[in-house]
Design a protein around this ligand. Structure first.
Ligand SMILES: [Zn+2]
Ligand SMILES: [Zn+2]
Length: 471
Protein backbone atom coordinates (compact mmCIF):
# COMPACT_ATOMS: atom_id res chain seq x y z
CA UNK A 1 0.00 0.00 0.00
CA UNK A 2 2.75 2.43 0.98
CA UNK A 3 4.59 2.15 -2.32
CA UNK A 4 1.61 3.09 -4.45
CA UNK A 5 0.99 6.58 -3.12
CA UNK A 6 2.89 9.66 -4.16
CA UNK A 7 3.75 10.56 -0.58
CA UNK A 8 5.82 7.45 -0.34
CA UNK A 9 6.52 6.32 -3.89
CA UNK A 10 9.51 8.58 -4.42
CA UNK A 11 10.77 7.91 -0.94
CA UNK A 12 11.89 4.42 -1.72
CA UNK A 13 14.57 6.06 -3.82
CA UNK A 14 17.44 7.70 -2.05
CA UNK A 15 15.52 10.73 -0.88
CA UNK A 16 18.41 12.38 0.86
CA UNK A 17 21.42 11.62 -1.26
CA UNK A 18 23.34 14.59 0.02
CA UNK A 19 22.60 14.89 3.70
CA UNK A 20 25.52 12.95 4.99
CA UNK A 21 27.45 15.18 7.30
CA UNK A 22 30.68 14.60 5.39
CA UNK A 23 29.07 16.04 2.29
CA UNK A 24 27.69 19.01 4.15
CA UNK A 25 31.06 19.71 5.65
CA UNK A 26 32.67 19.56 2.21
CA UNK A 27 30.02 21.90 0.97
CA UNK A 28 30.54 24.25 3.87
CA UNK A 29 34.23 24.50 3.08
CA UNK A 30 33.40 25.20 -0.55
CA UNK A 31 30.76 27.76 0.38
CA UNK A 32 33.09 29.43 2.85
CA UNK A 33 35.63 29.87 0.09
CA UNK A 34 33.14 31.51 -2.20
CA UNK A 35 31.84 33.70 0.62
CA UNK A 36 35.29 34.82 1.53
CA UNK A 37 36.04 35.58 -2.07
CA UNK A 38 33.28 38.16 -2.02
CA UNK A 39 33.30 39.35 1.54
CA UNK A 40 33.59 43.04 0.88
CA UNK A 41 30.99 45.24 2.49
CA UNK A 42 27.94 45.00 0.34
CA UNK A 43 25.31 47.73 0.45
CA UNK A 44 22.72 45.35 -0.94
CA UNK A 45 23.01 43.18 2.16
CA UNK A 46 21.96 46.13 4.24
CA UNK A 47 19.18 46.82 1.83
CA UNK A 48 18.05 43.22 2.13
CA UNK A 49 18.01 43.32 5.90
CA UNK A 50 16.26 46.65 6.03
CA UNK A 51 13.58 45.88 3.51
CA UNK A 52 13.00 42.21 4.27
CA UNK A 53 10.51 42.74 7.03
CA UNK A 54 9.09 45.93 5.58
CA UNK A 55 7.49 44.24 2.63
CA UNK A 56 6.57 41.15 4.55
CA UNK A 57 5.52 42.35 7.96
CA UNK A 58 4.23 38.95 8.96
CA UNK A 59 7.57 37.33 8.45
CA UNK A 60 10.07 37.97 11.18
CA UNK A 61 13.50 38.79 9.78
CA UNK A 62 15.97 36.02 10.41
CA UNK A 63 18.37 36.50 13.26
CA UNK A 64 21.54 37.87 11.78
CA UNK A 65 23.51 34.89 12.94
CA UNK A 66 24.97 34.19 9.56
CA UNK A 67 25.98 36.51 6.84
CA UNK A 68 23.82 36.48 3.80
CA UNK A 69 25.42 37.90 0.74
CA UNK A 70 23.30 38.86 -2.19
CA UNK A 71 24.95 40.77 -4.94
CA UNK A 72 21.62 41.94 -6.23
CA UNK A 73 18.54 43.13 -4.39
CA UNK A 74 16.24 42.09 -7.21
CA UNK A 75 13.44 39.87 -6.14
CA UNK A 76 13.63 41.06 -2.59
CA UNK A 77 12.44 44.58 -2.78
CA UNK A 78 10.05 45.97 -5.38
CA UNK A 79 11.75 49.37 -5.15
CA UNK A 80 15.20 48.07 -5.90
CA UNK A 81 13.71 45.95 -8.66
CA UNK A 82 12.45 49.02 -10.47
CA UNK A 83 15.75 50.65 -9.89
CA UNK A 84 17.60 47.72 -11.42
CA UNK A 85 15.23 47.41 -14.32
CA UNK A 86 15.95 50.98 -15.27
CA UNK A 87 19.66 50.21 -15.29
CA UNK A 88 20.25 46.94 -17.04
CA UNK A 89 23.74 45.86 -16.23
CA UNK A 90 25.27 42.64 -17.51
CA UNK A 91 27.92 42.52 -14.83
CA UNK A 92 25.38 42.87 -12.06
CA UNK A 93 23.13 40.21 -13.59
CA UNK A 94 26.03 37.77 -13.70
CA UNK A 95 26.90 38.52 -10.10
CA UNK A 96 23.34 37.88 -8.94
CA UNK A 97 23.84 34.19 -9.66
CA UNK A 98 26.67 34.01 -7.18
CA UNK A 99 24.82 34.56 -3.93
CA UNK A 100 26.61 32.79 -1.09
CA UNK A 101 25.80 31.92 2.49
CA UNK A 102 28.35 31.83 5.27
CA UNK A 103 27.88 28.43 6.84
CA UNK A 104 30.46 28.83 9.62
CA UNK A 105 27.92 28.64 12.45
CA UNK A 106 25.60 26.08 10.89
CA UNK A 107 24.65 23.23 13.19
CA UNK A 108 25.51 19.70 12.03
CA UNK A 109 22.77 17.53 10.55
CA UNK A 110 21.95 14.08 11.83
CA UNK A 111 21.81 11.33 9.24
CA UNK A 112 18.55 9.62 10.16
CA UNK A 113 15.51 8.26 8.33
CA UNK A 114 13.42 10.67 10.44
CA UNK A 115 13.65 14.08 8.76
CA UNK A 116 13.25 16.71 11.45
CA UNK A 117 13.16 20.46 10.91
CA UNK A 118 11.15 23.57 11.62
CA UNK A 119 8.91 26.13 10.00
CA UNK A 120 11.65 28.62 9.23
CA UNK A 121 11.52 32.26 8.25
CA UNK A 122 11.34 33.25 4.60
CA UNK A 123 11.83 36.93 5.34
CA UNK A 124 13.65 38.71 2.57
CA UNK A 125 12.83 36.01 0.00
CA UNK A 126 11.87 32.32 -0.06
CA UNK A 127 15.48 31.38 -0.85
CA UNK A 128 16.46 32.46 2.67
CA UNK A 129 14.29 29.68 4.12
CA UNK A 130 16.67 27.07 2.70
CA UNK A 131 19.68 28.60 4.43
CA UNK A 132 17.68 29.18 7.61
CA UNK A 133 16.81 25.46 7.69
CA UNK A 134 20.39 24.40 7.06
CA UNK A 135 21.58 26.76 9.81
CA UNK A 136 19.64 24.91 12.51
CA UNK A 137 20.68 21.41 11.43
CA UNK A 138 17.26 20.67 9.93
CA UNK A 139 16.83 17.77 7.52
CA UNK A 140 13.32 18.97 6.57
CA UNK A 141 11.64 22.36 6.68
CA UNK A 142 8.45 24.35 6.20
CA UNK A 143 7.98 27.92 5.03
CA UNK A 144 5.30 30.38 4.02
CA UNK A 145 5.31 31.11 0.29
CA UNK A 146 3.92 34.58 0.91
CA UNK A 147 2.47 36.54 3.79
CA UNK A 148 0.18 34.12 5.61
CA UNK A 149 -2.27 36.78 6.72
CA UNK A 150 -2.73 38.77 3.52
CA UNK A 151 -4.95 38.02 0.58
CA UNK A 152 -2.54 39.35 -2.00
CA UNK A 153 1.23 39.34 -2.17
CA UNK A 154 3.68 40.31 -4.90
CA UNK A 155 4.64 37.41 -7.17
CA UNK A 156 7.82 35.44 -6.57
CA UNK A 157 10.74 37.11 -8.30
CA UNK A 158 12.70 35.12 -10.86
CA UNK A 159 15.94 35.65 -8.97
CA UNK A 160 14.34 34.28 -5.78
CA UNK A 161 13.11 31.19 -7.61
CA UNK A 162 16.53 30.55 -9.18
CA UNK A 163 18.33 31.03 -5.89
CA UNK A 164 15.82 28.84 -4.01
CA UNK A 165 16.39 25.95 -6.42
CA UNK A 166 20.12 26.43 -6.33
CA UNK A 167 20.22 26.37 -2.54
CA UNK A 168 17.96 23.30 -2.38
CA UNK A 169 20.67 21.48 -4.35
CA UNK A 170 23.59 23.04 -2.53
CA UNK A 171 22.23 22.18 0.89
CA UNK A 172 20.93 18.78 -0.19
CA UNK A 173 17.18 19.10 0.39
CA UNK A 174 14.80 16.95 -1.64
CA UNK A 175 11.43 18.59 -2.44
CA UNK A 176 9.80 15.74 -0.54
CA UNK A 177 11.08 17.02 2.80
CA UNK A 178 9.84 20.56 2.23
CA UNK A 179 6.30 21.22 3.42
CA UNK A 180 5.18 24.77 2.59
CA UNK A 181 2.32 26.03 4.75
CA UNK A 182 -0.62 27.80 3.16
CA UNK A 183 -2.14 31.13 4.07
CA UNK A 184 -4.20 31.15 7.28
CA UNK A 185 -6.96 33.04 5.49
CA UNK A 186 -7.88 30.29 3.05
CA UNK A 187 -11.26 28.68 3.75
CA UNK A 188 -12.31 26.38 0.95
CA UNK A 189 -15.24 25.21 3.09
CA UNK A 190 -16.97 28.58 3.19
CA UNK A 191 -20.55 28.27 1.89
CA UNK A 192 -20.45 31.90 0.67
CA UNK A 193 -19.43 31.53 -2.96
CA UNK A 194 -17.74 34.92 -3.23
CA UNK A 195 -15.62 34.33 -0.15
CA UNK A 196 -14.82 30.80 -1.26
CA UNK A 197 -13.67 32.06 -4.65
CA UNK A 198 -11.39 34.55 -2.94
CA UNK A 199 -9.92 31.70 -0.89
CA UNK A 200 -9.59 29.53 -3.96
CA UNK A 201 -7.60 32.23 -5.80
CA UNK A 202 -5.22 32.53 -2.84
CA UNK A 203 -4.96 28.71 -2.62
CA UNK A 204 -4.24 28.30 -6.33
CA UNK A 205 -1.66 31.08 -6.19
CA UNK A 206 0.11 29.20 -3.38
CA UNK A 207 0.07 25.95 -5.36
CA UNK A 208 1.54 27.68 -8.40
CA UNK A 209 4.27 29.15 -6.23
CA UNK A 210 5.11 25.61 -5.09
CA UNK A 211 5.37 24.41 -8.65
CA UNK A 212 7.51 27.41 -9.65
CA UNK A 213 9.89 26.50 -6.83
CA UNK A 214 10.00 22.82 -7.77
CA UNK A 215 8.16 21.83 -4.58
CA UNK A 216 5.80 18.88 -4.47
CA UNK A 217 3.88 19.24 -1.22
CA UNK A 218 1.56 21.96 0.04
CA UNK A 219 0.03 21.89 3.52
CA UNK A 220 -3.10 23.85 4.42
CA UNK A 221 -5.97 23.96 6.90
CA UNK A 222 -9.06 22.27 5.44
CA UNK A 223 -11.47 25.08 6.37
CA UNK A 224 -14.49 25.97 8.42
CA UNK A 225 -18.26 25.82 8.01
CA UNK A 226 -18.32 29.32 9.60
CA UNK A 227 -21.47 28.04 11.31
CA UNK A 228 -23.48 28.52 8.12
CA UNK A 229 -23.31 25.12 6.48
CA UNK A 230 -23.37 21.48 7.44
CA UNK A 231 -20.09 19.64 7.80
CA UNK A 232 -20.80 17.55 4.71
CA UNK A 233 -21.63 20.61 2.58
CA UNK A 234 -18.35 22.28 3.53
CA UNK A 235 -16.40 19.07 3.00
CA UNK A 236 -17.93 18.91 -0.47
CA UNK A 237 -16.79 22.47 -1.21
CA UNK A 238 -13.24 21.70 -0.06
CA UNK A 239 -13.00 18.58 -2.23
CA UNK A 240 -14.44 20.44 -5.20
CA UNK A 241 -11.81 23.19 -4.84
CA UNK A 242 -9.05 20.59 -4.63
CA UNK A 243 -10.32 18.88 -7.78
CA UNK A 244 -10.38 22.22 -9.58
CA UNK A 245 -6.88 23.09 -8.40
CA UNK A 246 -5.55 19.71 -9.49
CA UNK A 247 -6.69 20.51 -13.03
CA UNK A 248 -4.99 23.90 -12.94
CA UNK A 249 -1.66 22.55 -11.67
CA UNK A 250 0.42 19.55 -12.60
CA UNK A 251 2.43 17.96 -9.81
CA UNK A 252 1.86 19.44 -6.38
CA UNK A 253 0.18 17.29 -3.72
CA UNK A 254 -2.29 19.10 -1.47
CA UNK A 255 -1.78 18.09 2.15
CA UNK A 256 -4.70 18.48 4.57
CA UNK A 257 -3.80 19.28 8.18
CA UNK A 258 -5.70 17.85 11.14
CA UNK A 259 -7.00 20.60 13.39
CA UNK A 260 -7.56 21.15 17.12
CA UNK A 261 -11.32 21.41 16.65
CA UNK A 262 -12.24 24.86 17.90
CA UNK A 263 -15.61 26.26 16.83
CA UNK A 264 -16.64 25.34 13.32
CA UNK A 265 -13.21 24.34 12.08
CA UNK A 266 -13.10 21.19 9.97
CA UNK A 267 -10.39 18.54 10.32
CA UNK A 268 -10.27 17.68 14.00
CA UNK A 269 -11.58 14.17 13.34
CA UNK A 270 -9.81 11.78 11.00
CA UNK A 271 -13.23 11.11 9.46
CA UNK A 272 -13.36 14.74 8.24
CA UNK A 273 -10.07 14.27 6.38
CA UNK A 274 -11.26 10.93 5.01
CA UNK A 275 -14.49 12.58 3.84
CA UNK A 276 -12.54 15.14 1.83
CA UNK A 277 -10.11 12.61 0.35
CA UNK A 278 -13.01 10.37 -0.63
CA UNK A 279 -14.32 13.06 -2.97
CA UNK A 280 -10.93 13.99 -4.44
CA UNK A 281 -10.62 12.57 -7.94
CA UNK A 282 -6.81 12.42 -8.19
CA UNK A 283 -5.96 10.61 -4.98
CA UNK A 284 -2.29 10.52 -5.88
CA UNK A 285 -2.15 14.27 -5.27
CA UNK A 286 -3.80 14.52 -1.86
CA UNK A 287 -2.28 13.76 1.53
CA UNK A 288 -2.42 14.51 5.25
CA UNK A 289 -0.13 16.29 7.70
CA UNK A 290 -0.66 15.23 11.31
CA UNK A 291 -0.08 17.92 13.92
CA UNK A 292 0.67 16.42 17.34
CA UNK A 293 -0.67 19.40 19.31
CA UNK A 294 -3.87 19.52 17.27
CA UNK A 295 -4.42 15.76 17.56
CA UNK A 296 -3.95 15.87 21.34
CA UNK A 297 -6.26 18.88 21.67
CA UNK A 298 -8.85 17.11 19.50
CA UNK A 299 -8.96 14.02 21.72
CA UNK A 300 -6.29 11.71 20.30
CA UNK A 301 -4.18 10.83 23.32
CA UNK A 302 -0.71 10.22 21.95
CA UNK A 303 1.15 10.58 25.24
CA UNK A 304 1.84 6.88 25.65
CA UNK A 305 3.17 4.26 23.23
CA UNK A 306 -0.24 2.52 23.34
CA UNK A 307 -1.98 5.83 22.68
CA UNK A 308 0.22 6.55 19.67
CA UNK A 309 -0.27 3.02 18.33
CA UNK A 310 -4.03 3.21 18.63
CA UNK A 311 -4.11 6.70 17.08
CA UNK A 312 -2.05 5.71 14.08
CA UNK A 313 -4.11 2.52 13.69
CA UNK A 314 -7.29 4.62 13.70
CA UNK A 315 -5.68 6.91 11.13
CA UNK A 316 -4.79 3.94 8.94
CA UNK A 317 -8.32 2.52 9.12
CA UNK A 318 -10.14 5.77 8.58
CA UNK A 319 -7.82 7.66 6.22
CA UNK A 320 -4.97 5.33 5.18
CA UNK A 321 -1.31 5.52 6.16
CA UNK A 322 -0.32 5.98 2.54
CA UNK A 323 -1.75 9.51 2.78
CA UNK A 324 0.57 10.54 5.61
CA UNK A 325 2.85 13.10 3.94
CA UNK A 326 4.19 14.99 6.92
CA UNK A 327 3.82 15.89 10.59
CA UNK A 328 3.96 18.98 12.75
CA UNK A 329 5.81 18.24 15.97
CA UNK A 330 4.43 20.56 18.63
CA UNK A 331 3.93 20.11 22.34
CA UNK A 332 0.71 21.55 23.73
CA UNK A 333 0.19 24.39 26.19
CA UNK A 334 -3.33 23.18 26.80
CA UNK A 335 -4.60 19.95 28.29
CA UNK A 336 -5.87 16.83 26.57
CA UNK A 337 -9.08 17.31 24.60
CA UNK A 338 -9.01 21.09 25.13
CA UNK A 339 -9.98 21.80 21.48
CA UNK A 340 -7.51 24.67 21.67
CA UNK A 341 -4.47 25.15 19.46
CA UNK A 342 -1.59 26.40 21.60
CA UNK A 343 1.88 25.17 20.68
CA UNK A 344 4.57 24.64 23.27
CA UNK A 345 8.25 23.73 23.02
CA UNK A 346 9.01 20.01 22.87
CA UNK A 347 8.81 18.38 26.30
CA UNK A 348 7.57 21.52 28.04
CA UNK A 349 3.84 21.03 27.49
CA UNK A 350 1.09 18.58 28.33
CA UNK A 351 2.23 16.07 25.71
CA UNK A 352 5.69 15.58 27.20
CA UNK A 353 8.91 14.47 25.57
CA UNK A 354 8.13 10.74 25.37
CA UNK A 355 5.18 11.37 23.05
CA UNK A 356 7.74 12.32 20.43
CA UNK A 357 9.83 9.23 21.03
CA UNK A 358 6.94 7.04 19.87
CA UNK A 359 6.70 9.04 16.69
CA UNK A 360 10.43 9.16 15.99
CA UNK A 361 10.79 5.41 16.25
CA UNK A 362 7.75 4.56 14.12
CA UNK A 363 8.74 3.46 10.59
CA UNK A 364 5.61 5.11 9.16
CA UNK A 365 6.98 8.58 9.92
CA UNK A 366 10.31 7.97 8.17
CA UNK A 367 11.32 10.11 5.21
CA UNK A 368 8.49 12.59 5.53
CA UNK A 369 8.91 16.18 6.79
CA UNK A 370 8.55 16.35 10.60
CA UNK A 371 8.22 20.05 11.33
CA UNK A 372 8.53 21.98 14.58
CA UNK A 373 6.17 24.94 14.90
CA UNK A 374 7.18 25.66 18.46
CA UNK A 375 7.93 29.11 19.90
CA UNK A 376 11.50 30.05 18.98
CA UNK A 377 11.85 33.42 20.66
CA UNK A 378 13.66 34.80 17.60
CA UNK A 379 16.64 32.50 18.04
CA UNK A 380 16.08 29.53 15.77
CA UNK A 381 19.49 27.96 16.33
CA UNK A 382 19.30 28.10 20.11
CA UNK A 383 15.78 26.75 20.52
CA UNK A 384 14.89 24.78 17.37
CA UNK A 385 18.50 23.58 17.04
CA UNK A 386 18.26 22.16 20.57
CA UNK A 387 14.81 20.64 19.97
CA UNK A 388 16.01 18.93 16.77
CA UNK A 389 19.04 17.56 18.59
CA UNK A 390 16.95 16.31 21.51
CA UNK A 391 14.40 14.68 19.18
CA UNK A 392 17.15 12.75 17.40
CA UNK A 393 18.61 11.70 20.72
CA UNK A 394 15.33 10.26 22.01
CA UNK A 395 14.86 8.50 18.68
CA UNK A 396 18.35 6.96 18.73
CA UNK A 397 18.13 6.04 22.38
CA UNK A 398 15.05 3.87 21.97
CA UNK A 399 16.26 2.20 18.81
CA UNK A 400 19.65 1.40 20.24
CA UNK A 401 18.43 0.12 23.57
CA UNK A 402 18.75 -3.64 23.73
CA UNK A 403 18.01 -5.94 26.67
CA UNK A 404 21.76 -6.04 27.37
CA UNK A 405 22.21 -2.31 27.15
CA UNK A 406 22.31 -0.30 30.33
CA UNK A 407 21.75 3.01 28.58
CA UNK A 408 18.67 4.56 30.14
CA UNK A 409 17.23 7.72 28.68
CA UNK A 410 17.32 10.58 31.16
CA UNK A 411 14.12 12.29 30.07
CA UNK A 412 14.26 14.89 32.84
CA UNK A 413 17.73 15.96 31.78
CA UNK A 414 16.71 16.31 28.15
CA UNK A 415 13.64 18.35 29.06
CA UNK A 416 15.91 20.54 31.17
CA UNK A 417 18.15 21.11 28.14
CA UNK A 418 15.19 22.40 26.12
CA UNK A 419 14.07 24.51 29.11
CA UNK A 420 17.55 25.99 29.44
CA UNK A 421 17.74 26.88 25.76
CA UNK A 422 14.36 28.63 25.97
CA UNK A 423 15.36 30.37 29.20
CA UNK A 424 18.69 31.59 27.85
CA UNK A 425 16.95 33.14 24.86
CA UNK A 426 14.25 34.66 27.06
CA UNK A 427 16.91 36.10 29.34
CA UNK A 428 18.68 37.70 26.40
CA UNK A 429 15.38 39.12 25.21
CA UNK A 430 14.57 40.55 28.65
CA UNK A 431 18.01 42.08 28.88
CA UNK A 432 17.59 43.69 25.51
CA UNK A 433 14.13 45.01 26.34
CA UNK A 434 15.38 46.21 29.73
CA UNK A 435 18.09 48.20 27.99
CA UNK A 436 15.56 49.67 25.63
CA UNK A 437 13.39 50.77 28.56
CA UNK A 438 16.35 52.33 30.30
CA UNK A 439 17.05 54.30 27.18
CA UNK A 440 13.48 55.59 27.27
CA UNK A 441 12.48 53.72 24.14
CA UNK A 442 9.52 51.44 23.80
CA UNK A 443 10.47 47.80 24.16
CA UNK A 444 10.12 46.43 20.67
CA UNK A 445 11.93 43.22 21.50
CA UNK A 446 9.45 42.15 24.15
CA UNK A 447 6.42 42.77 21.98
CA UNK A 448 8.14 41.11 19.04
CA UNK A 449 8.85 38.06 21.17
CA UNK A 450 5.27 37.96 22.31
CA UNK A 451 4.11 38.08 18.72
CA UNK A 452 6.51 35.35 17.72
CA UNK A 453 5.05 33.12 20.38
CA UNK A 454 1.54 33.98 19.30
CA UNK A 455 2.33 33.10 15.71
CA UNK A 456 3.08 29.61 16.82
CA UNK A 457 -0.60 29.18 17.60
CA UNK A 458 -2.41 28.69 14.42
CA UNK A 459 -6.13 28.72 14.73
CA UNK A 460 -6.31 32.42 15.60
CA UNK A 461 -9.97 31.87 16.20
CA UNK A 462 -10.33 33.19 19.71
CA UNK A 463 -7.13 35.18 19.89
CA UNK A 464 -7.10 37.67 17.11
CA UNK A 465 -10.20 37.04 15.13
CA UNK A 466 -8.21 36.40 11.98
CA UNK A 467 -8.63 32.97 10.59
CA UNK A 468 -10.96 30.69 8.81
CA UNK A 469 -13.97 31.67 10.87
CA UNK A 470 -13.82 35.07 9.21
CA UNK A 471 -12.52 34.08 5.82
ZN1 LIG B 1 -1.07 24.61 10.18
ZN1 LIG C 1 -1.48 24.73 15.56
Amino acid sequence: MLQTHLCHSSLSKNIFPTTRIQFVQGLMAKTRQSTRASNLANPVVDNLERTGSKHNPDHEPPKKRFKLEMTSGRGLDPVSKDHECSKPNEKRKKKAKNAAVDTDDFLPRVDSPWKVGAHVSAAGGVENAVANAAAIGATAFALFLKSQRKWESPPLQDTSVTEFKKRMKEFGYSPRVVLPHGSYLINLGNPDIEKREKSYACFLDDLKRCEDLGLELYNFHPGSTVGQATLSTSIGHIAECINRAHKETSVVTVVLENMAGAGNIIGSEFSHLAGIIEQVEDKMRVGVCLDTCHAFAAGYDIRTQEGWNSTITKFDHQVGLKYLCGMHLNDSKTTYNSRRDRHENIGLGHLGLLAFQHILTDPCTQNIPLILETPNFEQPAAVWGKEIEVLHRISDSKRQTSPNSDSVLDVEALVQEVKDSVKSVEAKGNKASGKARKGGKASKTASKRKRKVKESDEDGEDEDGVGQEDA
